[in-house]
Every structure is written in C-alpha cells, then in structure tokens.
Design a protein around this ligand. Structure first.
Ligand code: SF4
Length: 474
C-alpha cells in the first residue's frame, strides 16, 4: 500500500527562545483542495521536520496524496550529511524534468546548501527552503500558490525553533519531539552548522505541554530530538538542565518510554546515567557517536574529546545498575587515516562493547574544512576498511545479543509481518524483537516476550503473557 510519506532513514544520527510563537498555518486557507507528497531523506530530525511541514500543509487545506505522481505539490526534504543523499535528491528531481503541472519544492539541508543553484540545475523546481526557514513556510507557500517561481527561504540567521501544534505525526507508536535545533560545534567533516544554523533550544514549558498533549493523544513513547540533544539549555523561566527535562518528560502521566538522540560526548555527563538508573521511563539506551578511535583523528575531526575521555564516559554507562545499551556512529577513511589509526577504531569497538554502530566511509562535503585536507584515502581502501569494521562489529553484536537468549523482554510492538506471522517491536534498549503470538492485535501494546534465538541485528521469541498496557492500555 502506498504511503503519503516515504521516509528513507539512513542513519540514527543525523540528524531557541522558544517562548517564540509557534507556527500556525491558518486552516481557513482554501487552495482548491490540492494534494501533497513528501519524500524524506535522512535521520529522525528530517523525518520529524516532514511531519511538521505536513501539519502546515494540512492546515492550509492540502490533503495527502497516495503517491508522488498524484500530488499537486511534491516536496523533497533532504539531508546532505552524506554525499549519497544529496545525489539521490538530484536524481529524483531529474525524474520531473520539465514538469509544469505540479509544484516541485526542495526543503532541508540540500536546499540550504545548494540554495538558488538548484533552480539552475533543475529550473522546474519552484520552491527551495532550508530548515532554519520553515517558520516562513506559510508565506512561501502563499507565494507559490499565487503563481510564484524561484521562491526561496534560505535565511540561517535565526534564534527560533520550528515548532507547530499542528504537526501531522506519521509514526503512530513513537512521537518525535524536537527540543533543540542547529549546532554550535564545528566538526571538520560536517555540513550541519552550515545547513541548520546555530544551536537554539526550545523552552521547557512548551516541550512539556507538547509531551502532555502527546500522552493525551495516546502516545506512550517520546523521542526527544536534537543534533546535539544533550547540549540543551532551557531559554525559558524554569531554566531546566537537560537532565531536569529528561526527568520531567518521563514524569508526564501516560508516558512509559523516553528516548533521546543524538548525544554529543562532550556534553554527556554522569547525571544523565544517574537519571536513567533512577527513572524506569528513561530508556536503557544511549546513542553516543564516537566517529574515530584515534585521538589524532578526533582532533583532525574537531570532535573536542580524546579516545580516553570518550571511553571514560562509556565506563559510566557500563557501571550503571540498569543494562544500558550503547550505539555509535563511526567514519572510516577520514583524510590521513593510517592503518594503525583505523585499527584504533576497531579496538575501540571492543572496548566500548557497542550494541550497534552506524558506520560510513568519509565523503568530502562542501563548505567543510575536511574537504580541503590532504591525505585522501582511495575509495577501494575506504570500502575495505568499512567491510572489515562492519564484520568486526557484527561479531560483537552477535555475542552481546546471545546473552539475552532465555530472558524475558518488554517489547513495544510497532509492526506486524503478515507473511511471517510475526509481530515486531523494540525493547527499552532499542533492540528489535520479532515474535509470535496468539493475540489478534498487539500494535502499540507492550508485550512480554521470551527470547528464544538471537542474531546480530535482532532477537526472536515468543509472547509469554498478555500485555502490560500500551497505547490503549493502562
Ligand atoms: S556535533 Fe559535529 S557532527 Fe554533530 S551536528 Fe554538530 S558539527 Fe555536525
């Protein structure tokens, strides 16, 4: 069945004075019942941005189309962290060459990065809007609706977050909630500071009201989002720290699981681990991107921590009372990476005992200092290192998951594989569990599952009791 959103999630990572008024697109706008389709590339941040954009469009009277071909307004919400995603967007745009009957727009990081050049490469595109300008979407849409061409929103100079009460959430099980946008770090390989603008947090009052609204709407799991989520600084009168906010969201009536991503190691504190230990609603999972196991390379990447400092933070997590899983991001083939430095990354996988790693080969991105560094690693060698690292990590995950065979896990059920007769969901530690059950409908429920088998990427088990509540439960 076709979906109104086609979200291509390539990575977990990427990835305000928030008393500022929230976006309210007026529901009274009549645009003649036009339809829209959004295709999203990138991380949860991008997926959630698409949900907010969809909310703005619905409030303007647009309706979701079943496919890109049927839509009057086709939007690509783009990520440019990896070169491949940017290439994919231009390839998609190529499919609409000369299109005049529908409005084509490009949003997100590629829009910000390529700016008006997109109009030169694809003159049939009518709207280009970076994520720091989403607040202006209603007026930009109005311009397009009145026949405007080459409509742009490319301002990076903002201290506002893009928030709206009319977000059209596409995921019925897990609600994403942005608490901070942009980034003030300057990692030498990363485009985010150039595409999403400076760091800006949203006031805790607004975040907590939204969390309460989500709980009332039936959500039991919330994932707090930000490029550097744990750099959160409350601009509101409560002046909450990130840990205060975690505890407060976890205390919202009806919320049973709170996740957060992506954490920057520099801002990762013992208090976060303590909060997870003391608060059952905070999930037993931390995503803490390391990028490299070599301190020399970390310096070249401008990651602001050493291998030893990073591993010390991992030791806090491992010493917790709860079994907190840890996942990470790794880049291989950064300019100048020697074989020994690569092996330092491989040995860090063992030292950290990761439960999952998103690994990528380095690709130079425009407007980044790493793009002009010497010492490029040949593509074939990058791919060899990637395959080696992934196999090594696969073995670590296989061994770690095997320790869970025989245990009983609480799984929030998020999908059903009809052909395999299996339900699927995630544990608090974010592991995927596939299982069989005699029950007819478990979507959105918390099921207790006894783990019978394990693999590198998932667990397989059997439903052992009824449910422990959920979306429609207690
Ligand atoms: S912390 Fe570094 S990698 Fe993460 S978004 Fe900021 S600049 Fe990019």
């Amino acid at each position: 069945m076709s979906k109104s959103f086609d979200i291509t999630v390539e990575s977990l990572t990427k990835p305000a004075t928030s008393d500022a008024p929230e976006v309210h697109a007026t529901a009274s706008v009549n645009n003649g019942g036009k339809s829209f389709f959004i295709e999203t590339f990138g991380c949860q941040m991008n997926a959630h941005d698409s949900e907010k954009v969809a909310g703005v469009l619905l409030a303007r009277g647009y309706r979701p189309a079943a496919s890109a071909a049927q839509a009057d307004l086709m939007l690509y919400n783009t990520c440019s962290i990896r070169e491949k995603a940017a290439q994919k967007v231009f390839s998609r745009l190529g499919e609409w060459r000369g299109e005049k009957s529908k409005v084509i727009g490009v949003l997100g990081c590629v829009a910000q990065q390529e700016g008006e050049d997109i109009f030169e490469r694809a003159p049939w595109v009518r709207l280009v809007c970076g994520s720091a300008s989403y607040r202006k979407l209603p007026e930009l849409l109005e311009e397009v609706e009145s026949g405007g061409w080459r409509v742009t929103g490319l301002d990076l100079d903002t201290d506002e977050t893009f928030e709206t009460e009319i977000t059209r959430r596409d995921n019925p099980i897990r609600a994403y909630l942005t608490i901070i946008e942009g980034c003030d770090y300057a990692c030498s390989y990363c485009v985010v500071p150039h595409t999403r603008g400076p760091e800006r947090s949203r006031a805790s009052d607004a975040i907590l009201s939204e969390a309460r609204r989500l709980a009332e709407a039936g959500y039991t799991e919330i994932q707090l989002l930000g490029q550097t989520v744990n750099s959160y600084r409350d601009p509101g009168p409560r002046g909450m720290s990130f840990v205060d906010l975690l505890r407060a969201v976890a205390a919202v009536n009806g919320i049973r699981r709170v996740r957060f991503t992506t954490s920057h190691p520099n801002d990762f504190t013992r208090e976060i681990v303590q909060a997870i230990d003391e608060t059952p609603e905070l999930c037993e999972h931390v995503h803490l991107p390391v990028q490299s196991g070599s301190t020399r390379l970390l310096r070249a990447m401008r990651r602001t921590y050493t291998r030893e400092e990073y591993l010390e933070k991992i030791s806090w997590i491992k010493a917790a009372r709860r079994p907190i899983s840890v996942t990470s991001d790794v880049i291989v083939g950064f300019p100048g990476e020697t074989e020994d430095e690569f092996q330092e990354t491989v040995s860090l996988l063992d030292a950290a005992g990761y439960d999952g790693v998103f690994s990528f080969v380095y690709s130079p991105r425009p407007n980044t200092t790493a793009a002009s560094m010497t010492g490029a690693i040949p593509e074939q060698e990058k791919l060899r290192r990637l395959a080696y690292l992934q196999e090594h990590q696969r073995q670590i995950q296989t061994a770690r998951n095997a320790t869970l065979v025989g245990s009983t896990q609480e799984v929030l059920v998020d999908s059903r594989h009809a052909a395999r007769g299996q339900w699927s969901g995630r544990t608090s530690s974010n592991r995927v569990v596939n299982f069989v059950s005699q029950q007819e409908n478990l979507l959105g429920e918390y099921a207790l599952v006894r783990v019978e088998r394990s693999g590198p990427n998932s667990l397989v088990g059997e439903h052992v009791t009824g449910t422990t509540g959920g979306r429609h439960g207690t």
